[in-house]
Ligand binder design. Sequence first.
Ligand code: SAM
Length: 270
Amino acid sequence: MQLVVQKCELVDISSLDHLLNIKGLEVFLDSDILPADFSGYILHVDQNGLSLSSSLNPTASPTRVDFSDEALQYRLQTSKRSEGLLKAIGLDKYSLPLTVMDATAGLGTDAYIMAAMGCEITMFEKSAVIAVLLEDGLARGQAAVDPVIRMDVGRMSLNFADAGDYLSNMHDKCAASPGSSDPTTKPDVIYLDPMFPPRQKTAKVKKDMALLQKLLPINEDIDSLLEKALGCAGKRVVLKRPGKHSKQASPKPDFQVPGKSCHFQVFLIK
Ligand SMILES: C[S@@+](CC[C@H](N)C(=O)[O-])C[C@H]1O[C@@H](n2cnc3c(N)ncnc32)[C@H](O)[C@@H]1O
């Protein structure tokens, strides 16, 4: 993947260095013209924050994380607790605060929906480019004019790490000293929304998801992530999958909850 940073002259990008190795990246100014043969992704930085676009799709509006986005806020106002995601995590069954580990955070939309309903969300994202977009969105959310958005975003924290590694460590610690393991460190729910291969039949994939599908590798480790999550969740594991339902899922979920163009497999911890 070829990635360059394009920035406005007034903006200092050294704060991105802990996620992106800026020194290893080519940085252009807004006034610069990118090389004619450039083919890849452009991380744009200006006073409004970060956004990502692809040189292969120059007319598409850039992808950014914006929790104040009107469509997202409208979705929250209208769907409330009827969202399949919220039923799948058991919001109608358990009392708050419900702790959720979002092991595949992406652009943080699902995490924000859960946080807006009062859940405490710990996110994991292993792609540096996505993590930097998400971190930028969180920073803007924490400074939002709307106090409700500030409060919701305040329930979200981000780890730039591979959730599989984190879960393996957690699993080893619990196995080494089962009696002394602190149950409060186990998240109530572990949520997995991995990258699936793009489906031929899907009519239209949302713009941001289309970018992610081009940019990120498909998760080959879904089975192992699920197995580790099942060993580390307190109450349930939720796996989001494309399509209306899975006929022959393995391991077999306790039940499935339909979503709009996806469904959620729910595994209860007995
Ligand atoms: C389909 S997207 C998630 C979209 C997200 N639910 C949202 O609402 O924006 C999957 C994301 O999970 C990340 N990911 C995949 N495997 C991971 C892992 N083992 N640890 C952390 N992040 C992972 C990918 O980099 C990608 O950004």
